[in-house]
Every structure is written in C-alpha cells, then in structure tokens.
Design a protein around this ligand. Structure first.
Ligand code: ADP
Ligand code: MG
Length: 601
C-alpha cells in the first residue's frame, strides 16, 4: 500500500499532508506553496488551471473562475440561495435538482470541480513523494450533513482517490493537539476560515478524544469580512465620485482583492492604504480609488460578525454543559483566526490561553495526516472518537420528524426500525430520511425518499420490514432493509439525490482522460523546450565559430536548424519532436567531433 494522504479540502484553501515516519508533514505543491487556493479556472480556450494560477485569473475572467465551490457541495439548488450572491460565476440547477456551476454553457457538479482540486493535490503529493498515491483522508466541517459528506467522498472517487475516511475538521485539529501534547485536556477548537466558522469542544482523556459537541455556521468566514469591506469601499468611492460601482462584477472583484489584502495587512499593521488606480472611467476621465483604512475602522465594521462567532461559542458551551473554566486550552484554526481582535475576543470569552503550537492554516491537514497514520498502523497512540452532529430520523404522520439516532451520538452508530404497511396488499413502502433538529420534517434536510419495493401481498400491518439506519465512521448514512424472512434482496432501495454510480464513473473516466492529456501535454512541452534549447545552442555556436567553419558544415548546420524549427512549428507532434531532438543531439556531436572538441554549450 502506498502512502495515505490527509487532505484539508477548504472553501478557500486546501492543504495536503502525510506522515513521514512518525511526524506529520505538509506537502509542497508544484508552485512551491504549502497551501493551494481551492480555485479552478477555465481559460477561453478550454484549458483549466487549479490553485494559485487560477486565483490570479479571477480578476480578468470572473465568470470562469470557480472559487468557494465547497459552499455548493451536496446542496439542492433551492438550498443554495444564500450562497449564490457570494460568488461571481453562474450557479444553475442540475437535472437532479442539485446546485451546479455553469461555465461556457457547460454544467459542472460541485463534485467534479472539487475533484479537479483533489486531482491537483494528488499529483502534488505524487511528485513530492515520488510514488503513486491512491488513498486519502478528507476533512469536512463538523456540521456537514450526509449529502455533503457523500458529495465529498464522490469528489475523491472522481479524482481517483479511495477515500478511506471523512473526518471532521475540528476532530482533525484535536488529533494534531493530542499527537503533540499527549496529555489529558478539554480543548475548544475555534476555526474561523474563509467560508465557514466552527466551534467544537473536544475532551481528551489518555489519548482517547471525544468530540463533546460542535456547532457551526457555514455562511460565516473571511469572505464575509471581505464583502463588508467591498461594500464600504464602494460607498467611499460613491461619496467621492458619485459613481455607483457596486453592480460592476470586474470592479467588485478588484475591490474584493484589495479588501482581502487590506484585511490581512491589518492583522499586523494599525492602518493600511487601499489604492486602486483607474477603477472606472467616464466622460471626465479615469477615476481612482484611494482610501486609508484603520484597524479600528475594520474592527468596527466587522464587530457583528466577530460577535456571531462568540455567540456560537456560548451556545456550544451550553450544549456541552460546560463553563469556560472547564476548558484547558483553545486551539485556533483557520486564516481568519489570525485577526488580533478575534484572538482578543476568544481569549476574553474563554479566559484561557490560546494554543500557538500550530499553524492555523495547516493544523487540519496535519490532523488528517495523523488519522492517515492511524489507519496505516504507523501511529498507534491516538484514537479519537467522533460524534454525529445532526440527528438522523424519518418522517412520520403529520409531517413530523421522528429521531432515530440523536445528535452527538458517537459514530459509527446504527439503529434498526421496524416498518410495516398501512393498507392491504401494499407492495411498496416509502421512507423519507432526514437530518436535523426540528420536530417538523419540512424544516430538516431531506436525504431522500427511500423506497422499499417488491413486498409480497399481505394484509396491512403484517409485513415486518427491518430498516437499518447506520452512520459510518465518516458520518455517512447507509440505509438497508430486509423483510421478516431475512431476504435482503427482496427490497430495493433508491435514493434520488446526489450523483449516481454511473455519473461518478463517467466523471471519473473524464477526469482520468484529462489527467492523461495533461501528462501528454507536459511531455510535449518538455520536448519542445529541449528542441528550443538545442536550436539556440547551435545558433550560438554557428555565430561564434563562423570564421573557422567549413562551408559544407555551415550549410549542414543550417539544414539541421531548419528541421528543428519545422518540428517546433508542428507543435503537438510528439514523435517528430522526439526524433528531431535526437537528430539535433547527434548532429551537434558530429559537428563537435569535426571541430576537434570545441565546446558546444
Ligand atoms: P478555508 O478553511 O475556508 O479554506 P482558511 O483557513 O485557509 O480558509 O482561511 C482563509 C481566510 O483567511 C481568507 O478569508 C483569508 O483572507 C483569511 N486570512 C488569511 N490570513 C489572514 C490574516 N493574516 N489576517 C486575516 N485574515 C486572514
Ligand atoms: Mg478550513
């Protein structure tokens, strides 16, 4: 078995790590970064880029630059209304009712787009480790429901990764803590990222950790802070120039870029200057934006959002029936937890020291790598039990919700429920499975209507069908059923949401084909470069040794150069490039030989 990698597939940034013997290590990507922006960009010619390069084209090509796709993972289109205004690209409804992204007339599922990011991380890991990587642990926010977890797992499958387990981000952070500290403690994991906020309480007793409770808000993060600043900047601009730029996509994108930079700068500086020349132009000429933003002003604007995170902290403490005094340490996770005011508020609320042992950007991936080490058998000392963060249940009479597996149950967990028919000779039974806390079924998240079909005719109430609801260690729900005679195959179960097996398989081979094309293109590029170098070397040689070269040799050399240039002109013919490169190499050797060992460099 090759290495199992741990992946923090973030809304904004992703990080991949692995266990180097007993120590977790972050993998450096092709661009030399430890963090890869979770951004996929499509060029006008249909090429695609992932990471830093894609993020750079956001400004000039916002419609085809897909960021924060995690917001749409496993969501129905109608559930995505809050998230759509936060992105610049088009979000549409897929055939199955799920949210999807439309680029140049083509629909991409969030799973496919996430798979593109995962493919990039996978190939970074393969380059770094020098061996194929096929297995991974992927983290998700604690409050992700079954559909979102399943979608994440499917994204892994599409990317050619066997996802051994999905773990909660705070659980991963706690794992990193346990691995590092090896002591009993109750910790709070405060994760303020780019798109989501999570707070979890984890109790660690002799290397067994238990997530006591966890809360989150998946629409609260650094991007929301940026948005506040964008609005503020647009307002400043309007006041000065009387031009409303708030609806212009490209301008907003420039403002967003500047806002994020200013925000990050204010984590260390007390004041920053935002300068955007030529923001717009009208009849009277170009208009520039130039404003100063102080840390105090930023803190005032952002105070309500900061406060929301503290409210979540207060609620999680209530739910876990603990007081801040019971917390030993607070582990800060996520880029936004670097904001000084945030640190102050958290410290104030818990009245406890903040743990600074970890890089907030990396601690989740590090934890995932440790979990990978546990599954590989490399790390023995750490076990961390996880809990389900949403109650699982079914719809019963009167559109009410009956809980089968309550929130905060340690996973894996299962529950068997007996189901019967309500009319004579009923051949099918529908079971509507949901996740959530409301007593009303309609207010919870529907995982799908499962249909048990092929029942034998019988009087009502006679068939006894055992329906097993299981939540696996990844928090993924499995529903299976068998009738009273133990014949499992007599009932079939159809869940109508998410991607079908066939769709996943199709996307998987498409992703593989893309990977093959990418590799072939990279080889062609290398060959072209080799030929280009040989041409330059030969040209230089000819120029420098003009005086001493025989006419015969010069004309042969000109012929060789011509052949080289022709091969470059037919840029995609790999065999031709390869032959030409070999030919040029032989020719250079032959020429050198004749010249009696003059250096051809
Ligand atoms: P996610 O978990 O959503 O992928 P990250 O944990 O990588 O996100 O955090 C990304 C967010 O953190 C972005 O909104 C970014 O602007 C913000 N961020 C990064 N560094 C800083 C900093 N020094 N000060 C304030 N915000 C920061
Ligand atoms: Mg994160």
């Amino acid at each position: 078995m090759g290495k199992v990698i741990g992946i923090d597939l973030g809304t904004t940034n992703s990080v991949v790590a692995y266990m180097d013997r007993r120590e977790p290590r972050v993998i450096i990507n092709e661009e030399g970064g430890r963090v890869t922006p979770s951004v996929v960009g499509f060029s006008k010619t249909g090429e695609r880029f992932v990471g830093e390069i894609a993020k750079r084209q956001m400004l000039i090509n916002p419609d085809a630059t897909i960021h924060s796709v995690k917001r749409f993972m496993g969501k129905r289109y109608r559930e995505a209304a809050r998230d759509i205004p936060l992105v610049n690209y088009e979000v549409a409804e897929n055939r199955n009712g799920d949210a999807a992204v439309k680029v140049s007339g083509r629909l991409y599922s969030p799973q496919e787009l996430s798979a593109m990011i995962l493919q990039k991380l996978k190939s970074s890991a393969e380059d770094f480790l020098g061996e194929p990587v096929t297995e991974a642990i992927i983290t998700v926010p604690a409050h992700f429901n079954d559909r979102q977890r399943q979608a994440t797992k499917d994204a892994g499958t599409i990317a050619g990764l066997n996802v051994l387990r999905i773990i909660n981000e705070p659980t991963a952070a706690a794992l990193a803590y346990v691995h590092d500290r090896r002591k009993n403690a109750t910790i709070a994991v405060y994760d303020f990222g780019g798109g989501t906020f999570d707070i979890s309480i984890v109790h660690i007793d002799r290397e067994v950790g238990e997530v006591r409770s966890t809360r989150g808000n998946n629409a609260l993060g650094g991007a929301d802070l940026d948005r506040l600043l964008v609005d503020w900047l647009a307002e400043q601009f309007k006041e000065e120039h009387s031009i409303d730029v708030s609806a212009d996509k490209i301008v907003r994108q420039r403002l967003r870029d500047a806002a994020e930079r200013a925000k990050i700068e204010l984590s260390t500086a007390m004041e920053t200057e935002i300068h955007l020349p030529f923001l717009v132009a009208d009849a009277s000429g170009p208009r520039h934006l130039q404003v100063r933003l102080s840390r105090a002003m930023f803190e005032t604007l952002a105070a309500p959002l900061f406060q929301q995170t503290i409210t979540e902290c207060r609620q999680v403490m209530e739910e876990s029936k603990l007081s801040p005094a019971d917390i030993d340490e607070v582990v800060m996770v996520g880029g936004s937890s670097r904001i000084p005011r945030v640190k102050e508020l958290v410290k104030e609320f818990f009245n406890r020291p903040l743990n600074h042992a970890f890089n907030p950007d990396e601690v989740v991936a590090i934890g995932a790598a440790i979990q990978a080490g546990v599954l590989e058998g490399e790390v023995k000392s750490v076990t961390l039990l996880d809990v389900t963060n949403l109650s699982l249940g079914i719809e019963v009479e009167g559109r009410r919700f009956a809980k089968l597996i309550p929130k905060n149950t340690t996973i894996p967990a299962q529950k068997v429920q007996l189901v019967s028919t309500v009319v004579d000779n009923q051949r099918a039974v529908k079971i509507h499975v949901l996740q959530g806390e409301s007593a009303l079924a309609t207010e919870n998240v529907s995982l799908g209507e499962f249909e048990l079909v092929g029942l034998d005719p019988a009087a009502r109430g006679v068939p006894r069908i055992e329906v097993k609801f299981a939540i696996d260690a990844s928090g993924i729900v499995n529903v299976s059923a068998r009738d009273g005679r133990g014949l499992q195959n007599q009932v079939t179960i159809r869940a109508p949401t998410g991607l079908s097996k066939l769709e996943i398989e199709e996307a998987r081979s498409e992703a593989q084909a893309h990977e093959d094309r990418r590799e072939a293109a990279a080889e062609t590029k290398d060959l072209r470069f080799a030929v280009e170098k040989q041409i330059v070397a030969l040209e230089t040689f000819l120029r420098e040794h003009k005086a001493v070269l025989h006419r015969q040799d010069s004309s042969e050399a000109e012929q060789a150069l011509k052949r080289g240039r022709m091969a470059l002109a037919k840029s995609t013919d790999k065999t031709n490039l390869e032959d030409t490169s070999n030919y040029l190499k032989r020719f250079a050797a032959h020429l050198l030989d004749k010249m009696g060992g003059v250096q051809l460099s």
